[in-house]
Design a protein around this ligand. Structure first.
Ligand code: SF4
Ligand code: MSK
Length: 670
């Protein structure tokens, strides 16, 4: 079992090596971030410092054997040896570790599902005329989604259909008819449907799936670790459902992403402009901020600026990047550094992944920090209760706060790094299908599956997940991406992983020349020559924010359908080299149940139980065909992913040869 690796940081702390060396060697691989930490920190404490200050972290917590599920606790368990112990109630290590894992999945599922519910509610408000600043921007997607979930769009206006689709999505949250969730059932293969039924993990009510697992894991309830984990997997499938609702509703409201060119990294901030950073996950507010900024440009010029520049942070940043070409300033770990440039006049946050420290930090500058969600406030930050009925007016209010703050700027504190790079984004699964259709209009996905069968490509990998202060920012993403590209793996990315790869220039055509193996190069070139995309094709296809991981699943389903096989046979893998959030736990878990190898680069707290660890790494493989690959060494993790792809492709070829020899269809059940 790989152990938790803290050696680099531990050694450096013990040797009291200078802070500069810590930053250079350990904390971040992001050139702009490094520059800010070295040149603009003014002794300000950031999460990079607070991580070091937290060392050594509690080994009970790190391995998941600390329980606080009742007030008798905390109970800390010694899992093995003579000191082997139980909690006060008698709970053993495997019960406590499984409970912690399942509750983590529930945290992720509730975040995504709440996001999805909000988007469906916004679509309903649009349909009922209660959100005048929004509209159905993508009627074609509305009709595609309607058909997918079993609604006949014939003869219905956009508003009528939007209402029906929104109500059906909301119905997944509240219904009690014991039928599988629509946004799960409609997007999976028949094989997965049967597998989930057989293993009794199909959620039938999204809210209920989350409450069930919390109830299952309170003191005095389920002590069976395997049963608890299966409860967690049911919740993970509920998470998938909420994520797919979020992605579909966002596409309908704001448009299905298409390839777009922009820039990434802190160098996108501009001293002469009023800089407004939008941060979080929900595109409803940020979309309006973009519109408000356009309308208030004259006020900005009157205040002495050249104009208003909107930049993105984390997944709200990804939402704006892929649909509007708004530059991405930072991913999760460097959000504080954006403020430390002294050039951010307002940072507006919606939900998830923003740090409470942003307020303390912004107090050192002129920056106005604005929270906007009723359930996500920071003490003493400005709070504006955002709602869709008055969206544009509220967005203007926020932008005006930025204009006011701009007038209080301290020019001496402005230190913007030069580093920024070109970035392509907007590669939704639909956009990729259009590109492939330029080569084969009748069977676009056959272009991809043929390339894998012929050995030109080794398979497809999806980069997901976050930054995590336990590892150098972005380094894991970059190492795994370069290794896979060299080995001819087609790369997709979402969330802060996509942000990391964009900031390092890997979402550009130039990166193909620099990092792709010959097979990947020739595959991309063939598509480029046929489709003639305006900006060329990048090494990594940026698919969006963290809810958009479902786009990767949709793509894998297309591959499975083209081959006529189920998902566990498809040469598709997932990697989260810097997983951090509970949402990453949840996403990884549903990808495993869908049948994929999932590499995780930072150990979640499960090492306190051999049993739970082996359920994730081995039993899951036997039951679902997918499993976790825990490896904290990015290169070694990447090698295992290539091995997993090779194994699947090898089996595929053998069965293809047999099918051709006996003139049969490719066997689906091998
Ligand atoms: Fe301790 Fe059991 Fe209470 Fe957990 S539930 S804190 S193990 S007594
Ligand atoms: S923002 S969940 S750190 S991807 Fe989606 Fe990034 Fe992970 Fe948050």
């Amino acid at each position: 079992m790989p152990r938790f690796r803290e050696t680099k940081v531990g050694e450096i702390l013990n040797q009291a090596v200078a802070r500069k060396k810590i930053l250079d060697k350990v904390r971040t691989a992001d050139a702009a971030g490094k520059w800010v930490l070295e040149n603009a920190s003014d002794g300000i404490i950031t999460s990079y410092d607070r991580y070091l200050a937290q060392q050594p972290q509690c080994s009970f917590g790190l391995t998941g054997v600390c329980c606080r599920n009742c007030v008798q606790g905390p109970c800390r368990i010694m899992p093995t040896g003579e000191a082997k112990s139980r909690g006060i109630c008698g709970a053993t290590a495997y019960t406590i570790v499984a409970r912690g894992l399942a509750r983590g999945i529930a945290g992720g599922a509730s975040s995504h599902s709440d996001h999805g519910r909000h988007m469906a509610k916004t679509l309903l408000e649009v349909a009922e005329g209660r959100a005048p600043d929004y509209k159905v921007s993508d009627p074609a997607k509305l009709r595609r989604v309607a058909l997918k979930v079993g609604i006949n769009p014939e003869g219905k206006s956009d508003r009528e259909l939007a209402k029906e689709v929104a109500l059906k999505a909301l119905n997944d949250y509240y219904r009690f008819d014991e039928k599988p969730l629509t946004w799960l059932d409609s997007y999976i293969t028949p094989g997965r449907r049967a597998k989930f039924k057989h293993t009794n993990i199909i959620p039938t009510n999204l809210m209920q799936a989350i409450t069930e697992v919390i109830s299952q894991t309170v003191m005095g309830m389920d002590a069976d670790p395997v049963n608890i984990i299966f409860g967690g997997l049911k919740t993970a499938l509920a998470d998938f459902t909420g994520m797919h609702v979020a992605t579909d509703m966002s596409d309908i409201l704001f448009g299905t992403p298409e390839p777009v060119a922009t820039e990434a990294n802190l160098g996108v901030l501009e001293e002469e402009y009023i800089n407004v950073a939008t941060h979080g996950h929900n595109p409803t507010l940020s979309d309006m901020i973009v519109e408000a900024a356009l309308q208030l440009e004259p006020e900005a010029i009157k205040a002495g600026a050249k104009g208003i520049k909107i930049v993105g942070v984390c997944c709200t940043g990804n939402e704006l990047l892929m649909r509007k070409g708004i530059p991405l300033a930072a991913n999760q770990a460097s959000q504080e550094l954006a403020i430390m440039t002294g050039a951010v006049d307002a940072m507006v946050v919606d939900v998830q992944c923003f740090l409470p420290s942003l307020k303390v930090l912004s107090d050192n500058y002129h920056t106005r920090l604005v929270t906007t969600a009723i359930n996500a406030k920071i003490p003493t930050a400005t709070h504006i209760d955002f709602n869709e009925e008055e969206a544009l007016e509220l967005a203007k209010d926020i932008v005006r706060q930025a204009i006011e703050a701009y007038k209080r700027r301290n020019k001496d504190k402005i230190r913007i790094p030069k580093e920024k790079t070109k970035a392509l984004a907007g590669f939704s699964t639909e956009a990729i299908e259009s590109l492939l259709a330029a080569v084969n209009p009748e069977q676009p996905w056959k272009v991809l599956t043929d390339a894998i069968e012929s050995g030109e490509l080794a398979g497809v990998a999806l980069f997901a997940g976050c930054n995590n202060q336990k590892v150098a920012q972005d380094e894991g993403h970059l190492t795994v991406a370069k290794y896979l590209a060299k080995n001819n793996v087609l790369l997709l990315a979402t969330g802060c992983a996509a942000g990391a790869l964009a900031k390092a220039g890997l979402t550009t055509p130039g990166a193909v020349e620099a990092y792709a193996g010959d097979g990947l190069k020739s595959f991309l070139k063939r598509i480029e020559e046929a489709a003639k995309p305006q900006y060329g094709l990048p090494l990594v296809f940026h698919q969006g924010s963290c809810v958009d991981n479902v786009r990767g699943l949709d793509l894998a389903v297309k591959m499975a359908e083209t081959w006529g096989i189920d998902l566990p046979r498809v040469p598709f893998v997932v990697t989260a080299p810097e997983d951090m959030h509970e949402k990453a736990l949840s996403i990884g878990s549903w990808f495993v149940t869908m049948g994929f190898p999932v590499h995780v680069g930072v150990m979640p707290p499960i090492e306190g139980s051999e049993l739970v660890y082996s359920v994730g790494t081995q039993i899951a493989y036997d039951v679902f065909g997918g499993s976790f690959i825990f490896d904290t060494d990015p290169e070694s993790g990447a090698k295992k992913l290539v091995d997993a792809l090779d194994y699947r492709t090898w089996k595929l070829r053998i069965h293809r040869a047999a099918a051709e020899k006996y003139n049969t269809a490719l066997a689906s059940g091998y």
